[in-house]
Design a protein around this ligand. Sequence first.
Ligand code: DC
Length: 224
Amino acid sequence: MIVTIDGPAGAGKSTVARSLAARLGCQFLDTGAMYRAVALAAMRADVDWEDQQGLVRLVDALQIRLAGDQVQLDGEDVSQAIRTPEIGSVIHHVADHPGIRERLIRMQRAAVEGRSAVTEGRDQGTLAFPDAACKIFLTASPPERARRRQRDLAERGQTVALETVLAQQQERDRRDREREVGCLQQAPDAIEVITDGMSQLEVVQRLVEVVHTASGNQDGAERL
Ligand code: DC
């Protein structure tokens, strides 16, 4: 069974999606990490962002592996290197590229072939896994998302004003929603979960219920 979780940046998707996969005893696919890994590889190779063909050649030659909590690029652990502000500022070149999206979707399908998985991103329920048995659209109000992001940054020693975080978030949302291919969109058959005021544990619990309802499994067993 495939469970897709889509939603805007800052909705807390990654953490809860990972916990949900652990609770269900299935694979977790962090598709944002794949886009980030491509951005890192392109930066390192100094590929011109305008060189659409060059970017495609780069992706075709890459080995991206999501192994547990690790993201590997050609065998190297890049889990930390892909989560920098620098990557954040160039990632739209990768996410906006239809050819890269097509290839990453192919990799995503291959990565979970024949298995149960929780996959997380922006286009999982719409494009990558349109036949998924359970689709979740996870979101929270803009102020709540910004406050969470501000808290995460503070935990990493970065003090950023809430207005700045909100402005950056608006820009990210705009890019995610206006992308020509693979834009952030709720699938018509996705269940929306709004997480304002909920703890992470409460969100995971709610998602477990949604999955059980979708799978017709009402007996409380957590494994898919
Ligand atoms: O979820 P994240 O912040 O790690 O995602 C990184 C970037 O990749 C973000 O700009 C949105 C984009 N993305 C995407 O376009 N499609 C996905 N399935 C996952 C992420």
